[in-house]
Design a protein around this ligand. Structure first.
Ligand code: AMP
Ligand code: GLY
Length: 421
């Protein structure tokens, strides 16, 4: 089979590597892919958001199965476009991807179907939003732009002044572009965060092993929010008791709600949860695998990923096994100094060969490119160094040992991944 994996991050590297384990897979196209994927995939110079060109590429190259990984092409309807062109695709259609594409949609869905989440109101008028903030007078307040906003559209305001400023910057100054035309203002929740990815075909849903993302740029959860600086799996806060509640109160009701809305979700549904003192609540839904959650979840998957993808797409999810090892995994992201703000790229990465040999370690590439046989940095998050071990400590130890052997100019990584406070 010829497979197309759309996207270019560490998540896509992890998915492609896992798919390659299936002996039926002859060739994997990565569009646009990265330096690490070049070793075992055919890179295609097509932008992940260019739906028409991606479908044309898939047709020209007789792709048998397309995996649409990132949020933006899914929200644009790339999975539907592949299917319409006769190419089976993994990933929700546009109607279901709105669960991530619009926070107003997802909040209203949760309210309508009684799924636990932070209390909120939505606004399309700045004056009304400001009046609401003043009437509530409770801080911190959480202000979210409606649309995708590159995962950065959330401001946690500690005072009225900050909150009013945040609403103004989203709604009038449009710092997050058009996604600021609508905002959600919600209650601030406290508790440990857990990411749970799941496979669902709309009939059944199976959660994957839980994980924990470290979103802030600096140690001790300081600095700006990033796409994710490191992950561990399983998440120590996700006890069997919490898992059972999540299944009953959140996961299955969400699947049923999407069906009831005529928006059946088929693909990987990601639950961003907070374990509050009143129980687990939804912080956000994503319509796709998380990055870097995937880099710790898939190394623990014992089952055939391609078989799962095909079954989810065909509506036969319950017929294929989805089993995880009971080991632990840790991923430390090595980023370009300055990320998530300004940073320089084009630096040579050294130490990669040696690390490719280390037992239980996989280096997933994200912002890298291969030029004249050398790996160069080419993005904010450069590498995700993952290790699997019998215990979390073991996995962390191996991962950090590998990180210390890899280097490039201005490298930045967190030293406290997996430290639970
Ligand atoms: P989101 O993009 O919705 O995942 O939000 C980004 C981050 O902001 C989350 O991972 C949380 O750490 C934080 N956050 C979002 N909503 C809330 C909330 N209602 N209360 C507290 N923190 C939140
Ligand atoms: N790591 C968070 C996300 O993928 O949205």
């Amino acid at each position: 089979m010829k497979i197309l994996v759309v996207g270019s991050g560490g998540r896509e590297h992890a998915i492609a590597l896992k798919l390659k384990e299936n002996p039926e897979v002859e060739q994997i196209f990565a569009a646009p892919g990265n330096g690490g994927m070049a070793a075992f995939c055919t890179l295609a110079n097509v932008k992940a958001t260019d739906v028409d060109s991606m479908v044309a590429f898939a047709k020209e190259n007789a792709v048998d199965f397309a995996v649409v990984t990132p949020d933006d092409p899914l929200v644009l309807g790339m999975a539907d476009a592949m299917e319409a062109a006769g190419i089976p695709a993994f990933g929700p259609g546009k109607a279901a991807a709105v669960i991530e594409g619009s926070k107003v949609f997802s909040k209203n869905l949760m309210k309508k179907y009684g799924i636990p989440t932070a209390r909120y109101e939505t606004f399309d008028d700045e004056a009304a939003a400001v009046a609401y903030l003043k009437a509530q007078n409770t801080y911190p307040a959480v202000i979210k732009a409606d649309g995708l906003a590159l995962g950065k559209g959330v401001i946690i305001a500690k005072s009225e002044q900050e909150a009013v400023g945040a609403v103004h910057s989203m709604m009038s100054d449009r710092i997050f572009g058009a996604s600021g035309s609508h905002v959600v203002i919600e209650e601030y929740l406290e508790g440990p965060e857990v990411s749970v990815l799941s496979f669902t075909d709309g009939k059944t849903l199976v959660p994957m092993v839980s994980s924990k993302d470290h979103k802030r740029a600096l140690d001790n959860d300081e600095g700006l929010n990033t796409g994710g600086m490191g992950t561990i799996a399983p998440n120590p806060y996700y006890t069997p008791e919490i898992a059972a509640r999540c299944m009953e109160e959140i996961f299955l009701p969400t699947m049923a709600a999407m069906n009831a809305e005529g928006r059946t979700f088929k693909g990987c549904l990601y639950f961003g949860l907070m374990i509050t003192k009143d129980g687990p609540k939804v912080i956000e839904y994503n319509c796709r695998f998380g990055d870097p959650e995937t880099q710790v979840v898939l190394p623990l998957l014992k089952s055939d990923l391609l078989a799962i993808f095909r079954a989810v797409r065909d509506g036969g999810r319950s017929e294929v096994p989805v089993e995880f090892s009971d080991e632990s995994a840790a991923c430390v992201v090595m980023a370009s100094g300055g990320y998530p703000q300004k940073y320089q790229t084009g630096y040579e990465i050294s130490g990669l060969d040696e690390m490719g040999q280390a037992e239980g370690v996989t280096v997933y590439h994200a912002g890298t490119k291969l030029e004249n046989g050398k790996f160069l940095t080419a993005g904010g998050r450069v590498l995700g160094v993952t290790a699997v071990g019998d215990t979390l400590e073991d996995a962390l130890c191996k991962s950090y040992a590998a990180v210390e052997k890899i280097s490039f100019q201005n490298v930045h990584y967190r030293k406290d991944i997996g430290k639970i406070r």
